[in-house]
Design a protein around this ligand. Structure first.
Ligand code: ADP
Length: 290
């Protein structure tokens, strides 16, 4: 338990520094995954992740958007019985956002743990989604957590937190989007094991689309066929193939009665490109398959 300075003790100080440990202990509970997430394993990723967790090694999940990275971490957190704290990284994400800050509450200055500190303190899995989007100084902050020191410096409080064995750092990274300016530096990437993700093989993807989208197996297989053909357009003007997520969206619309071609236009052709020519090509793919 952290030190707690009472109001009396604080009289010698200009401001009271207090902890809200009880509230924080309650707040970790909200990160527990109560129901087992549906995750269809594609190869050996489950056992590899488990081994990495036991070896206390950080993991990078590499792959295009919407191919199952987040669902996989959720399933693993459930399987390992750890809370999961997810942070969607963006260019304004500061070290303070991750580690924590002092906030004025009445006459007191109260320390509030950031998500990374909470994860370290309670041995959670911390998932930094699209880590390359974060500011460089923010990325550097995670370095001491990724080597065998496994510490988090909380500079504002002048303390070092030792990560318990249950803490695990997971980052996701989409190599497809990166420009030279926005690449993950070698000094960062060489601190992680890397699990490569891609769109699931056709049969598995059809199972996923049927399960998540609530459509029959034949419709799911058609959507996956459309997905495969649309993915072949990548490089021919299409920046990235259609995600499993979008195939699931199309299925969900169909399951709710939307006419299938319309569902594919609004869930597949239109979201992935603004180019009308490409949209027409995708529509043609859709009408030949459905
Ligand atoms: P990412 O994190 O890679 O952007 P998600 O994990 O959010 O993508 O996946 C998007 C959706 O695709 C999920 O919500 C889920 O419905 C589905 N999905 C993809 N792969 C799988 C899988 N292997 N098992 C179960 N669902 C999956």
């Amino acid at each position: 338990m952290e030190e707690y300075k009472s109001r009396n003790e604080s009289k010698v100080m200009t401001q009271t520094v207090s902890e809200v440990t009880v509230a924080q202990e309650q707040s970790i509970e909200k990160y527990r995954i109560i129901r087992e997430p549906y995750y269809l394993s594609v190869k050996d990723e489950v056992s590899i992740f488990e081994t990495a967790y036991r070896a206390k090694l950080p993991v990078m999940l590499k792959g295009p958007t919407g191919c199952g990275k987040t669902r996989f971490v959720e399933a693993m957190a459930y399987r390992l019985g750890r809370p999961l704290i997810t942070v969607a990284c963006h260019e304004d994400l500061s070290a303070t956002d991750l580690v924590g800050r002092f906030l004025l509450e009445g006459d007191d200055t109260v320390w509030h743990d950031g998500p990374l500190t909470t994860a370290v303190r309670y041995g959670a899995i911390c998932y930094l989604d699209e880590v390359v989007e974060a500011r460089k100084d923010t990325i550097v902050l995670i370095h001491p957590l990724t080597d065998d020191r496994r510490i988090l410096p909380v500079e504002k409080r002048g303390i070092l937190l030792n990560a318990p064995p249950e803490f695990m750092l997971v980052i996701s990274y989409n190599p497809g989007y990166q420009s030279v300016l926005k690449d993950l530096k070698q000094s960062t990437r060489q601190r992680f094991l890397s699990l490569e993700f891609d769109y699931p093989p056709a049969e598995a993807e059809a199972q996923i689309v049927a399960h998540e989208g609530g459509v029959n197996p034949a419709t799911a297989r058609d959507l996956v066929k459309i997905g495969e053909k649309v993915r072949n357009l990548k490089g021919h003007g299409l920046e990235e193939g259609v995600s499993t997520r979008l195939l699931v969206y199309a299925a969900q619309m169909i399951a709710r009665g939307v006419e299938p071609v319309t569902a594919c236009v609004i869930a597949i052709a239109s979201p992935i490109t603004d180019d009308h020519e490409l949209q027409r090509s995708i529509r043609e793919i859709v009408t030949t398959i459905i």
